[in-house]
Design a protein. Structure first.
Length: 241
């Protein structure tokens, strides 16, 4: 069986002149988006020479970007193979969803307690922006970006720097799994209904209900995303309610 080769990725040289971010950061962003969009597939080799040629950057820049992606859990460095796109096991992905369920349920409950009416209205608006993105048939990146807005408002209203730090640590690895879940047929539209139900509980200032609905939302996403990773025999998926 032949080893998958790195997908061709282009970096627009005209945009490089306009973007103030360091070149290394731009390369990290390009590779991250390619992984999220599955243009770089799980287990695929990231050959330095091919990336240098396709991105038009130095080998040093590529190596620095790959090292950063490795620290973020998006890339694995495998002996005799070099860098490959990380391929989470069923157990690893399951653990991420369990952490998400516990953490996000807590964040939603805190939002109910601390957020003002204006923040609640913004949370609802963020859900409707997400719904519009889904209805418009936006790609995975567009849909993810609109859902990120929901989380930004949620974290702001919860008012905890600790929550923000924990979410930031999980964000990229969760993005890959979230993209897998939202790409499944019907999942994005189901997510709209689940988020609207969460916002309804938030508007009623019912912290317990909002937290339970959040856990149920993540449990549904988990079953979708983990379906193809699930071994023939495994423990049933349980996440905190």
């Amino acid at each position: 069986m032949s080893t998958p080769r790195a997908a061709t990725i282009t970096l627009d040289s005209t945009s490089l002149a306009r973007v103030s971010a360091p070149l290394r950061e731009q390369v990290i962003d390009v590779l991250t988006q390619a992984i999220i969009e599955n243009r770089l597939r799980a287990g695929q080799r990231l050959v330095e020479r091919e990336l240098v040629e396709s991105l038009g950057v130095s080998r040093t820049t590529v190596r620095e970007a790959l090292r950063e992606l490795a620290t973020q859990g998006l890339v694995d460095v495998v002996p005799q193979r070099g860098a490959v796109v990380a391929s989470p096991t069923y157990d690893e992905a399951r653990d991420l969803y369990e952490v998400r369920a516990s953490l996000e349920s807590l964040i939603v409950a805190r939002f109910v307690e601390k957020a003002d009416d204006e923040q609640v209205a913004r949370l609802e608006a963020a859900v409707e922006t997400f719904a519009a993105s889904v209805d418009a048939g936006d790609g995975v990146v567009g849909v993810l970006a609109s859902k990120d807005e929901f989380y930004e408002v949620l974290l702001e209203g919860a008012g905890s720097s600790v929550f923000k730090e924990l979410v930031a640590r999980l964000q990229l690895r969760v993005h890959v799994l979230r993209a897998r879940s939202l790409s499944a047929a019907g999942r994005s539209h189901a997510t709209v209904g689940e988020l609207r139900a969460i916002v309804g509980a938030v508007r009623r200032r019912d912290a317990a209900s909002a937290a339970n609905l959040t856990s149920a939302h993540i449990r549904a996403a988990a079953h979708t995303a983990l379906d193809h990773l699930k071994p023939k025999t495994s423990a049933p998926l349980t996440v905190a309610r």
